[in-house]
Design a protein around this ligand. Structure first.
Ligand code: B12
Length: 215
């Protein structure tokens, strides 16, 4: 079995110690951090998602898998984030109110940091008012909102409406994502952009900053 396969298995089994060890070993052997993420950790999480959906896995097991993901991401983070990169701009990011999913959002935050952005991560269960006050405080170029539930994705719309009411909407570009979110939905709620994964989220953010600089 390859290191990547063993890592996927450790994610599925919720084995933090084993996954951390495989991650460190793989790095020692010269594996690229992005490959560890894309070929080991994420395929494991995809299996977890599938089994959870079918009812073959339950919340406590999924939580363990999530913990494995987070701890391996912590190991990879210093290698993905290049401290020398000058700041491309500021992004405020959070998971919307009522939603506790943060693996994808943290991955997006990590990729943005590695693309040179300063990221203010507001965490999970973030109400519209908190997004608004973070925009006043940090004056970001971009606001990123994440939602993993079909019910909570509507909170993105509430947040955008609050920003409009408070005169903040034109001060920031809003990008959205999360498994149930689509490009159509993002257009419907008048967001400025949507990306399906962390790598394209970083590309999108770079594009937005580039455009706003030249316009
Ligand atoms: C892990 C997980 C959990 C963990 C979360 C732990 C954590 N710390 O995050 C726990 C166990 C807590 C959990 C709880 C629940 N969950 Co859950 N969970 C999942 C699971 C299996 C994986 C999600 C994940 O981390 N994926 C991996 C990451 C890397 O992918 P991602 O989140 O999609 O993020 C990527 C992109 O979407 C994008 N992206 C994400 N955010 C952003 C933001 C921006 C700005 C951009 C541009 C891009 C972007 O980039 C990311 C990286 O590539 C999904 C299944 C699935 N297929 O999504 C169910 C799932 C989301 N959960 C589900 C449900 C039902 C629940 C619960 C209601 C279960 C319950 N009965 O209690 C609760 C709700 C709790 C709450 N209030 O939030 C359903 C949602 C169904 C629906 N249609 O609404 C799913 C789809 C499972 C299913 N098929 O039934 N869950």
């Amino acid at each position: 079995m390859s290191n990547f396969e063993s890592l996927s298995k450790a994610v599925i089994a919720g084995n933090v110690g084993q996954a951390a060890e495989i991650t460190k070993n793989a790095l020692d052997l010269g594996a690229r951090p992005m490959d560890i993420l894309n070929l080991g950790l994420l395929p494991g999480m995809a299996v977890v998602g599938d089994r959870f959906k079918k009812g073959d896995m339950f919340v406590p097991e999924v939580l363990m898998a999530a913990r494995v993901m987070q701890s391996c991401m912590e190991i990879l983070k210093p290698m993905l984030v290049d401290e020398e990169v000058p700041s491309a701009g500021t992004v405020v990011i959070g998971t919307v109110k009522g939603d506790l999913h943060d693996i994808g959002k943290n991955l997006v935050a990590m990729m943005l940091e590695s693309a040179g952005f300063r990221v203010v991560n507001l965490g999970v269960d973030v109400p519209p008012e908190k997004f608004a006050s973070a925009i006043r405080e940090h004056k970001p170029h971009i606001l990123g909102m994440s939602a993993l539930l079909t019910t909570t994705m509507l909170r993105m719309k509430d947040t955008i409406e609050l920003l409009e009411e408070e005169g903040l909407r034109d001060k920031v570009k809003v990008i959205v994502g999360g498994a149930p979110v689509t490009r159509d939905f993002s257009e419907e709620i008048r967001a400025d952009g949507y990306a399906p994964d962390a790598a394209s989220a970083a590309e999108l953010a770079k594009q937005i900053v580039g455009f706003s600089v030249s316009s």
